[in-house]
Design a protein around this ligand. Structure first.
Ligand code: P6P
Length: 334
């Protein structure tokens, strides 16, 4: 008896590669460079995801301390992730320069490699302190086009407002590994099928729900550090507006949940951190592009995040992002 296999209709299996090529066909002027760049980022995500998923086994596998069983150097996962992304992109001829949460200054493309037009700014592994307790963590990336005349990128090419981003995305290493990105034509989510090593389109055209869950997400331990308006906002949400609270303490996970279910994520300024904790270039701005493309809003309490003109690579910003109506409500308190 010949074994029969279920035929999955083509329309159901769209790899990220196929999706990117289909998107590229919508832009006759496209050279394919962006498609290649996103695919290189997807490969880096798979490599990082593989190590993140093994992290819990580190001690069992004997890779404790600085060396593993093979005598190889074991790096902290966020340093490893940073290295993986740099090596995935630095030789491609697609990138003019990079910047990373793990690197104080600009990351130039080595002279031995050609440089391209794209600027990639990333947080290689945000929330990595959560790895030890098996909480979801993520990679966040922001893509700009070089605007300087130099053939290799400069710091100025990194200090562009979020509104000039060509694309933005994140990878969530959770119960499954998901890559979510936007290039300005909606937000699309891909889930890694580890059996075939492919990111498959699982969440096309992600949008905030029309009827969002009334959930606020903030670390209330800092309540006494907040200014009165912030205190009044959270008190209103829980006492008058019937909100519940969800806070994972891992930015990518908190935003992913907010995007899927609706809600209001906040990382406010406080009297110890007058600019809040989250970084503009590789946390707030990329997520703000995604959130706005999905029909939501992102502000720093006063301004749209995408309009903030960056002054330094690692500058921080207070952050309110999520369902449009909830960010509007927050605005009314400031
Ligand atoms: P807090 C994780 O360390 C992180 O950088 C973000 O992922 C997260 O949103 C935030 O810090 C949590 O900060 O002060 O609430 O522990």
């Amino acid at each position: 008896m010949t074994q029969m296999f279920e035929v999955m209709p083509d329309s159901h299996v769209v790899t990220i590669s196929r999706f990117l090529v289909d998107e590229q066909r919508l832009h006759p002027e496209a050279t394919g460079a962006f498609t290649d760049l996103l695919q290189d980022i997807a490969v880096a995500a798979k490599v990082i995801g593989r190590e993140v998923n093994k992290a819990g086994l580190a001690d069992i596998l004997g890779s404790s301390g600085d060396e593993n069983v093979h005598g190889e150097q074991v790096q902290k996962l966020d340093v490893f992730a940073d290295h993986v992304i740099r090596k995935a992109l630095d030789h491609t001829g697609l990138v003019a320069c990079m910047a990373s949460e793990e690197s104080e200054g600009l990351i130039s493309i080595p002279e031995k490699f050609p440089a391209g037009d794209y600027v990639v700014i990333f947080d290689p592994l945000d929330g990595s302190s959560n790895i030890d307790v098996n909480v979801s963590i993520g990679t966040i990336f922001s893509i700009h086009r070089k605007r300087s005349k130099d053939d290799r990128g400069t710091l100025d090419d990194c200090l562009q407002p979020g509104s000039r981003q060509v694309a933005a995305g994140y990878v969530l290493y959770g119960s499954s590994t998901m890559l979510v990105y936007t290039s300005g034509a909606g937000v699309h989510g891909f889930t890694l099928d580890p059996a075939i090593g492919e990111f498959l389109l699982s969440h096309p055209q992600m949008r905030f729900p029309e009827q969002p869950q009334k959930v606020y997400s903030v670390n209330e331990a800092y309540f006494n550090r907040w200014d009165p308006q912030q205190q009044q906002l959270v008190t209103h949400l829980k006492n008058d507006a019937g909100f519940s609270s969800r806070y994972i303490g891992s930015f990518v996970a908190d935003i992913h949940r907010t995007l899927l279910q609706g809600g209001l994520f906040m990382y406010p300024a406080d009297n110890k951190s007058p600019q809040g904790k989250l970084r503009l270039l590789y946390e707030a701005a990329p997520m703000a592009m995604i959130v706005e493309q999905a029909g939501g809003r992102a502000t720093d309490g006063c301004r749209t995040v995408l309009e903030i003109e960056p002054q330094t690579l690692h500058q921080r910003t207070p952050l309110y992002m999520g369902s449009r109506q909830f960010v509007d409500l927050a605005d009314s308190f400031f």
